[in-house]
Design a protein around this ligand. Structure first.
Ligand code: ADP
Ligand code: MG
Length: 322
């Protein structure tokens, strides 16, 4: 069973950044409005996520570290309409199986918190602990028991860069949540709850804010909103391209193609534009259940999505409002 966990871990926990993404999604699933990420050595030595969410009940703490059918899906209908980002019930178990993990959590109105620790497959007894609110998940020494995987890790700087990008993707999509990021004792980001445009600017910089425009177009149950570079924006910005489908970061060829076509039509050149765009559509029209740790989606009607994204962006680019 430990071997199975470690193999599964290889898929879920490709690198520290993938573990961080899972921890952040759990905090968001728990309704947190304030999340602090503290990393050491690119996340390899420590990934710590502290939140102010609902917490984990004492009786569920051990379960949280064990592979299980997630409590977040009760029926098949839920599975189809899965609104919460995490839905496998194995992320934390996979992370724990290749690290030394500690969870401290105070469940809703409990009088105090509880702590549980694990080292690989060994899980400790549950002990009382002190914590005002929410949950702290601390992951130490990732891959300490799987040296073969550890060898695949890149430099501290590279792994931190991936963690920072995972943090950025989540923070861009949740301006209604405050975030902090620390690495090796240095505070790198402090993001207060803000309106989306302010949050985008804080993460992507003043130049992006100044050189982009807001859009919000809807048609036939589809909505595209966010900010995109004005046609005059000259920076080649392949690294500033964020697309979300129903709140989830995706890399989707179809959407990218529609965006590129809309820009090419207006720009007549092939620079990579900058944008943060959110596509929203009925959950029955998109299959998010492809592979949770991947960034793919499958649309029921890809052509309709392509047409909509192209026209929505094209219209906005042709008549920028400022
Ligand atoms: P999933 O998110 O798919 O249910 P995970 O392995 O990611 O599975 O998490 C296991 C469980 O641990 C969650 O279902 C949740 O009950 C609990 N949990 C994990 N992190 C948190 C958190 N930050 N706040 C509250 N509960 C959490
Ligand atoms: Mg999860």
């Amino acid at each position: 069973d430990q071997l199975i966990s470690q193999i599964a871990a290889g898929e879920v926990v490709e690198r520290p950044a993938s573990a961080l993404k899972e921890l952040l999604e759990n905090s968001l699933d728990a309704g947190s409005t304030d999340i602090t990420v503290t990393l050491l050595n690119g996340g390899v030595k420590q990934l710590r996520v502290a939140d102010n969410g609902t917490g984990v009940a004492k009786d569920d703490l051990a379960l949280a570290l064990t592979r299980h059918a997630t409590s977040k899906i009760a029926t098949l209908d839920d599975l189809e309409a899965v609104a919460s980002l995490g839905f496998r019930g194995e992320a934390l178990a996979s992370i724990a199986s290749v690290s030394r993990t500690q969870i401290i959590s105070r469940y809703q109105d409990d009088h105090h918190a509880w702590r549980i620790e694990s080292e690989g497959s060994a899980i400790s007894a549950i002990e009382p602990a002190a914590l005002g609110i929410g949950t702290i998940v601390e992951v130490h020494d990732l891959y300490f028991n799987t040296p073969a995987r550890r060898k695949f890790l890149k430099t501290e700087g590279t792994e931190f860069g991936h963690c920072e990008e995972a943090f950025r993707r989540v923070a861009l999509s949740r301006p209604d949540v405050a975030f902090m990021l620390q690495h090796n004792g240095r505070a790198l980001a402090r993001l207060n709850i803000a309106d989306p445009q302010k949050r985008f600017g804080e993460i992507l910089g003043a130049e992006f804010s100044a050189e982009s425009f807001a859009l919000d177009e809807s048609a036939a149950g589809l909505r595209l909103w966010g900010m995109a570079a004005k046609p005059t924006f000259s920076r080649n910005a392949r690294d500033t391209q964020y697309v979300y489908v129903n709140g989830r970061f995706v890399r989707d060829k179809l959407i990218s193609h529609a965006i590129r076509q809309a820009y090419q039509d207006v720009l007549h050149h092939d620079r990579h534009p900058a944008f943060v765009l959110f596509l929203e559509l009925d959950t029955s029209l998109v299959d998010v259940n492809v592979h949770p740790s991947k960034t793919e989606v499958r649309f029921r009607d890809g052509q309709a999505v392509h047409r909509f994204v192209f026209h929505a962006l094209h219209k906005a680019l042709a008549t920028p409002t400022g």
